[in-house]
Design a binder for this molecule. Sequence first.
Ligand code: GAR
Length: 194
Amino acid sequence: MAKVAIFASGSGTNAEAIMRAAQSNVLDAEVALIVTDKPKAKVIERAHAFDVPCFIADPKTYETKACFEQAIIDELGKREVTFVVLAGYMRLVGPTLLSAYEGRIVNIHPSLLPSFPGLDAIGQAFKAKVKVTGVTIHYVDAGMDTGEIIAQEPVRINEDDTVDSLQKKVQEVEHKLYPETIQTIIDRTKEVSN
Ligand code: GAR
């Protein structure tokens, strides 16, 4: 079974959706580790609730970004993690981690990339008054929210939407699309190795 690590910096609702899918066998993978760069992130509680171990790596306590990422890689190695899922991990992945997990790191972003990359993508779309935004899942490269797109799903912005209602709609899509897409990638990887 694929062993997945989820990286998150905040609330962790996507991490929870993935842990729930794995626990109920909707997703044929084991969430072997949650990694967070924020010692007070709510995702830590969510990991405990699902009995998933959590590695808290505070970048301030490492001399360099390479040391920080190497500490994470060591932890991933101990748990035999083969696949990394970024879910609200608000940090650029550096060359150390990218080369260790080349082609095996995916990210979710709350817009139809390449529109509205970076912070507050939902607020950006709302302010731009676009009629449609959405969710993108993509492979991670050295850029910010760049990398080959794997899946996208649109979300309509209605006249009566607020930033909060839009966020709710976007997150509902994320919680369904992310576990489904992870399963698709795992299945594809199995086909290639058979
Ligand atoms: C999600 O909406 C995710 O798409 C976004 O952060 C949120 C995390 O929510 N990621 C980015 O903006 C990445 N550039 P969560 O902690 O509740 O899963």
